[in-house]
Write a protein that binds this ligand. Structure first.
Ligand SMILES: NC(=O)C1=CN([C@@H]2O[C@H](COP(=O)(O)OP(=O)(O)OC[C@H]3O[C@@H](n4cnc5c(N)ncnc54)[C@H](O)[C@@H]3O)[C@@H](O)[C@H]2O)C=CC1
Ligand SMILES: O=C1O[C@H](COP(=O)(O)O)[C@@H](O)[C@H](O)[C@H]1O
Length: 256
């Protein structure tokens, strides 16, 4: 990719995972909400994704956008997700199509489909011997207002793709945790996304040939209730990590 890639929410955890793995791979333009503590190694700007002027400046001349900025709290109140997540994402899309950006990668969430985790299905669905899988073709079923905002971001992508032709990949990210899977948290282990797999997955979203996709962003965990088939087929995702290979913070398999 010759032109820069815009990374919004660059100062957050997902941004950190992506830059750890792909810092040298692309010509990044980083967007921060507040001035970063340390001088970044890449071109950057500071601003709010609901500020149309800053957003226009951010998208100018980029080939692709990875849009992470937003309120990531499952407990976030409506006022915050309406502004930071829904309005911010719509403004990013609007500016992107106006500027002729080719592709838009959107950080959706497991919480867009959290209400599939019913009392009848849990905790069995978090376990290896359960074959219940969501595959991305199901309708959103959020369990909180944050999930509603993430599902709305996916639908905004559907609209901007159909109406304006921008390529869109919605990644329903699981539980990104650095180093090892979440400890004593079955659900989190089933949807663990390691930092290296997160970076690799985003590299595939920037390189693969697709039109509109919804994929799950988790590692290749033995325990899983999200199918990775679409991410593998449409993007060529080839995850390397598996929460079942961990006992707490100890890597018990292939620890060479
Ligand atoms: N960390 C995870 O496991 C998961 C994250 N996600 C999504 O990934 C994205 C990034 O999440 P994290 O890195 O974990 O969160 P984070 O809170 O660490 O990073 C988000 C960044 O977005 C910035 N931001 C928030 N509102 C903004 C605004 N109005 N304008 C400009 N910047 C703004 C924040 O300053 C922050 O640096 C979020 O959209 C979240 O919904 C989805 C599923 C799981
Ligand atoms: O969307 C998100 O999901 C992850 C995992 O959800 P959790 O319910 O297991 O905490 C969450 O950590 C992250 O903050 C959120 O943005």
């Amino acid at each position: 990719m010759d032109d820069p890639v815009l990374l919004t929410g660059a100062g957050g955890r997902v941004g950190e995972a992506i830059l750890q793995g792909l810092g040298e791979t692309y010509d990044w333009r980083l967007m921060y909400h507040n001035p970063p503590d340390e001088e970044p190694d890449h071109e950057y700007l500071v601003g709010d994704v609901i500020d149309e002027e800053v957003v226009r400046e951010a998208v100018d001349g980029v080939a692709a956008i990875i849009h992470l900025a937003g309120d990531p709290r499952p407990s976030a109140p409506w006022k915050s997700v309406l502004s930071n997540n829904i309005d911010g994402t719509q403004k990013m899309y609007e500016a992107a199509v106006e500027a002729g950006v080719e592709r838009f990668v959107y950080a959706s969430s497991n919480h867009a489909v959290g209400a599939f985790e019913t009392d009848e299905r849990t905790p069995e669905m978090y376990r290896t011997d359960d074959d219940y899988r969501l595959d991305g073709t199901e309708l959103p079923r959020p369990g909180n207002l944050y999930g509603v905002s993430k599902a709305t971001g996916e639908v905004l992508g559907r609209y901007y793709h159909d109406e304006h032709g921008i390529k869109v990949c919605n990644v329903r990210i699981g539980n990104l945790t650095e180093g090892h899977p979440p400890i004593d948290y079955e659900r989190g282990q089933a949807m663990w996304l390691s930092y290296p797999d997160c970076a690799h997955l985003h590299e595939r979203t920037l390189e693969a040939d697709y039109e509109f996709e919804i994929v799950y962003g988790i590692s290749d965990n033995d325990r899983k209730y999200y199918s990775l088939e679409r991410a593998k087929e449409a993007l060529g995702y080839d995850p390397q990590d598996n929460s079942a290979e961990w006992d707490g913070d100890e890597h018990v398999v292939n620890d060479q």
